[in-house]
Design a protein around this ligand. Structure first.
Ligand code: NAP
Length: 262
């Protein structure tokens, strides 16, 4: 069976592409390949050069700076979405941050400031972005974000980011309930460990990465391309009927307690 997804006439906003390794970019690529018109937001001007390089050669794309924690940036970003597209079909949230000290020590030492920052950037921004998008999202619209299994099990050093991911997953369910009546779906993708800028800033990430590959049921890591394929499914009509879910793409690392012997 050959199944092609045609997203011509559809529009998407992807928030959080730092470079070619970003999971946001892994999601944008199949959207662009399927003919979707895509706008991008980036946090600071220092990332604009990288993004411009990625976008060169793609027709109909645009980008705008927006710190997702700033209401005025979000208001300007979604005003731009309205101006460029008139409506929005797909919203991709691929944003997370926790201050480094919160991921170096023991979880019990998390300061209130670091807690607030991590949860604000990594979870609340999904809620605020969805609120700004609400008036633009049409029936059949879909919102996707990215989470990680440390929301459910302790991953050493992930600390407050595990709590932020648990909040993101819960927020996904509440947003799905709020937006469901308008025919808009909200899901989050739980991706396996992947080598990105954000991941490299987690202390001990390479040990975690190696262990995930050893233990995964498929005996390998999931890839960014596989994250992109799952996002395409969840965003497009292929995923109609799926909402409020945390969907894993981790090559089965999270279902194993240890590698099979031999
Ligand atoms: P990434 O390429 O570094 O992307 C993270 C993005 O978040 C960056 O573009 C970063 O911008 C942006 N960001 C941080 N604070 C922001 C703010 N206040 N406003 C707007 N943007 C902000 O890393 P990634 O691994 O692809 O991360 C994307 C998502 O995947 C995150 O939610 C992450 O937790 C999730 N995830 C990653 C993995 C993994 O192993 N890589 C696994 C599961 C889930 P700056 O570069 O300017 O800070």
């Amino acid at each position: 069976m050959s199944l092609t997804v045609d997203l011509s006439g559809k529009t998407a906003l992807v928030m959080g592409v730092a470079n070619a390794r970003s999971l946001g970019w892994a999601i944008a690529e199949p959207l662009l390949a399927a003919g979707c018109r895509v706008g991008f937001s980036y946090q600071g001007e220092r990332l604009k050069g990288e993004l411009d390089k990625l976008l060169a050669g793609h027709a109909g794309v645009w980008s705008q700076q927006a710190d997702a924690t700033r209401e005025e940036d979000l208001a300007a970003l979604f005003a731009r979405v309205r101006e460029e597209f008139g409506h929005l079909d797909y919203l991709v949230h691929s944003i997370a941050y926790a201050p480094r000290p919160a991921m170096e020590g023991r979880f019990i030492s998390t300061t209130s400031d670091d807690w607030n920052t991590a949860l604000n950037v990594s979870a609340y921004t999904l809620v605020s972005a969805a609120r700004h998008a609400e008036g633009l999202l049409r029936d059949g619209g879909s919102v996707v974000s990215l989470t990680y299994h440390a929301s459910r099990q302790v991953v050493p050093k992930y600390n407050v980011m595990g709590v932020a991911k648990a909040a993101l997953e819960a927020a996904t369910r509440y947003l799905a309930a709020d937006l469901g009546a308008a025919g808009v779906r909200v899901n989050t993708i739980s991706a396996g460990a992947m080598r990105t800028v954000a991941a490299r800033s987690i202390p001990g990430f390479s040990g975690l990465y190696d262990e995930a590959g050893r233990r995964a049921a498929l005996g390998r890591h999931a890839t960014p391309e596989e994250v992109g394929k799952l996002a395409l499914f969840l965003l497009s009509d292929l995923g109609s009927g799926v909402t409020g879910q945390t969907v894993y793409v981790d090559a089965g690392a999270s279902v194993m307690t240890m590698p099979l012997p031999g």
